[in-house]
Design a protein around this ligand. Structure first.
Ligand SMILES: C[S@@+](CC[C@H](N)C(=O)[O-])C[C@H]1O[C@@H](n2cnc3c(N)ncnc32)[C@H](O)[C@@H]1O
Length: 288
């Protein structure tokens, strides 16, 4: 089964998001009940971003009242729902996303938002940004859709781009095994299906699941355990301010919002070396 899926070619997560963004970006970002993809009115959609940022700012000012308000990063910005709202509070806000369709729409929808810029980044790092560039880094409803091994590379990068006294907030569930849940769900349907042994049902479902994931644009869910997140943050020189229960991803497994700051003194982690061995490209060349 895996062989066939490989033969077909498993799509990287960001290609699914590129398709979703081109189809109905608002509905893919804020899904409805049971994963439905609603048609959003643009004003109502962006109003949800302002409400989210009001809540975020209240927590931010409670945890770090003196946080500087110069530059913020919105990681996985989609069409700029949060980027735009953050620009009411910060002098400059950079939105970064891995899906070209999302970045294009973000730029088109936010032309009048002079404090916002949008960049495409398909690398498993944030090399396009200098070390200690941002006062605040925000990421919600994003890491849950990125494969765990890639999330493990982004977390130290979030800490690296955070300036002294800055604050990072990201939301992430515990590991989610969507494929296992799909394969092991109780059999419903006609009597024949229910009569079939689990040893036949499971491989068939695994095959179906992989075909659906590979051939259709669909949101996959991933996660990293809380203990591992805490050790990734500490290893990168970050200090946890607070960990809040956060079920934005759904109810299947526990999830958290991690609030992190940089110590007063720390050894800056070096940016990851370019995979090609070439020197890093300047940000202006990576931002399309
Ligand atoms: C559910 S949307 C959330 C958008 C935005 N954070 C918001 O709340 O409005 C998830 C976004 O994550 C983006 N994304 C997925 N993988 C990414 C990656 N590796 N780097 C940056 N963005 C990514 C998708 O393209 C999509 O725009």
């Amino acid at each position: 089964m895996r062989g066939l899926a490989r033969l077909i070619g498993r799509k990287p997560v960001e290609r699914h998001w590129d398709t979703l963004g081109a189809r109905n970006a608002y509905g893919a970002i804020l899904t409805g009940e049971g994963g439905a993809v609603p048609e959003w009115d643009a004003d109502a959609f962006f109003a949800t971003g302002r409400a989210d940022v009001e809540r975020f700012m209240a927590d931010l000012l409670r945890l770090a009242p003196d946080v500087p308000r110069r530059r913020a990063l919105d990681f996985g910005c989609g069409v700029g729902r949060i980027t735009r709202a953050l620009s009411d509070h910060f002098a400059e806000v950079a939105g970064v996303d891995a899906a070209p369709s999302m970045v294009e729409r973000a730029r088109a929808l936010n032309q009048s938002q002079t404090r916002c810029t949008f960049a495409l980044n398909r690398e498993p790092n944030l090399r396009l940004f200098d070390t200690a560039r941002f006062d605040v880094v925000y990421s919600r409803l994003v890491l849950q859709h990125i494969e765990s091994q890639v999330v493990r590379r982004y977390i130290p990068e979030f800490v690296r781009v955070l300036g002294p006294g800055g604050v990072l907030m990201f939301q992430l569930p515990e590991p989610v095994n969507a494929e296992q849940a799909f394969c092991e769900a109780p059999v419903t349907g006609n009597a024949f299906k229910r009569w079939l042994p689990a040893s036949m049902i499971r491989p068939w479902r695994r095959f179906k699941y992989r075909l659906i994931v590979d051939l259709s644009a669909r949101m996959e869910m991933f996660g990293v355990s809380r203990d591992e997140v805490l050790s990734l943050v500490a290893g990168a020189g970050g200090r946890i301010l607070e960990v809040q229960p956060d079920q934005s991803h759904g109810q299947d497994v526990p999830g958290y919002a991690y609030w992190v700051t940089t110590g007063e003194h720390r050894d800056w982690p070096a940016p990851p070396a370019p995979r090609t061995g070439r020197p890093p490209e300047p940000a202006s060349r990576l931002a399309v």
